[in-house]
Design a protein around this ligand. Structure first.
Ligand SMILES: Cc1cc2nc3c(=O)[nH]c(=O)nc-3n(C[C@H](O)[C@H](O)[C@H](O)COP(=O)(O)OP(=O)(O)OC[C@H]3O[C@@H](n4cnc5c(N)ncnc54)[C@H](O)[C@@H]3O)c2cc1C
Length: 348
């Protein structure tokens, strides 16, 4: 995999060893999209454990699903921060390891060797829960090329993934502002102000804390306004059932209109059940959840994550041009001052 100038990884073919079998193109979900599907069932759900729900981005449904798999001697794959605060896919075989997966990280995670590792566990007969964005699940299913009864795929509904390079530049800037190179905690979705008015929080080793409402944080604003998503995210071909996932989890933003009595502003998960396998896993943990069934059309409202076509921010090219042009101290300051300048455009 090679990193391009925008910070995204792409596969590179070693032409001296390539035998032209065409398999890489046949498994690419962007070149061969699946058909869209309506879910079998739609639920709004809240984890009954308020501590876990508070530490999760939505209603905290991921944790009990993953714990159920671990209890069956299974393996759970998910996205975690590494020691440099990059986001990588990895796996855990115990409940303690699930903590690193909890909470959304709004950066593209590196899939690394996780497809190969998952296939090894599947061949050994271990149960595997693989969680990832729509394209990561589509990629896994095509890579495996066959159904495994011991695999459950958990799709994280995804508006689009920001560039890992922009993320690192943002962290560099925050480290400078807080005069500390050591970060000890990052939370994109701190719910102290409520589920809908979450804050971005960075905790530093010198005790300083950066805390901003997400709408005022430059990185989050740029993410929500499609300034530096991966180019393929603007025309995603893996959402809306196309990935072949068993379950999809998301924020149920429209619950406030659908069932206001169910919304306590501490987080409500949207769960889309696409298969009998997914249905069995979800119902096996229903004792840990408060949940209700709702219609499909109403869950799509107020959620950009379902959009297959996102409009690219018209400042995207200028943003990356500035980022590329500078390699000095101002290299990371410029793009964010650019973001400040386009603030009015972004939020009007
Ligand atoms: C980049 C991104 C964009 C999203 N966009 C939307 C959206 O537009 N609309 C919407 O309703 N929901 C969106 N979500 C999903 C939402 O933020 C929650 O992750 C989801 O509802 C699960 O919440 P939870 O409370 O059940 O569990 P949590 O504990 O909060 O979620 C943990 C799960 O998220 C996975 N995860 C975390 N970061 C990543 C990552 N970078 N890549 C892959 N998997 C990751 C973990 O592996 C784990 O499976 C997005 C998530 C990500 C990562």
């Amino acid at each position: 995999m090679c990193v391009d100038e925008e910070g995204f990884e792409y596969p590179s073919v070693n032409t001296s060893e390539c035998v032209n079998c065409g398999l890489c193109e046949r498994v690419c979900p962007m070149l061969n999209p699946g058909a869209s599907k309506i879910p079998l069932k739609v639920c709004a759900a809240k984890n009954q454990d308020e501590g876990v729900r508070a530490r999760s981005s939505s209603g905290g449904v991921f944790t009990p699903l993953a714990e159920a798999v671990i209890r069956q001697n299974g393996v759970v794959f998910g996205a975690a921060f590494d020691d440099q605060w990059n986001v990588r896919h990895t796996y855990t075989e115990n409940e303690k390891g699930l903590e690193a997966f909890r909470g959304s990280k709004y950066v593209q995670s590196k899939i690394g060797g996780s497809y190969l590792q998952a296939r090894e566990f599947l061949k050994q007969g271990r149960m595997v829960l693989f969680s990832g964005t729509s394209c990561q699940i589509a990629g896994l299913n095509r890579f495996l090329g066959k159904e495994y009864p011991n695999l459950v795929t958990l799709e994280i509904l995804c508006h689009g993934v920001p560039s890992p390079m922009v993320w690192q530049k943002y962290l560099d800037q925050k480290k400078k502002e807080c005069r500390c190179t050591g970060i000890r905690q990052i939370n994109f979705r701190d719910k102290k102000g409520g589920w809908s008015d979450y804050n971005v929080v960075l905790g530093f080793e010198n005790g300083k804390v950066y805390e901003k409402p997400h709408r005022k944080d430059p990185y989050f604003r740029g993410f929500l306004k499609n300034l530096y998503l991966r180019p393929s995210c603007y025309h995603c071909r893996c959402k809306n059932g196309r990935s072949g996932s068993d379950l999809v989890i998301a924020d149920y933003w429209n619950i406030k209109n659908v069932r206001p009595d169910f919304n306590d502003n501490r987080g409500v998960s949207l769960v889309l059940i696409h298969s009998e396998k997914g249905n069995r896993l979800f119902h096996s943990v229903s004792g840990n959840l408060n949940f209700i069934e709702t219609g499909y059309e109403e869950c799509l409202v107020n959620n950009k994550g379902f959009a297959e076509h996102l409009s690219e921010n018209r400042k995207r090219a200028a943003f990356f041009k500035k980022l590329k042009a500078r390699h000095t101290k101002r290299a990371f300051l410029m793009p964010f001052s650019l973001m400040r300048r386009i603030k009015a455009m972004l939020w009007n």
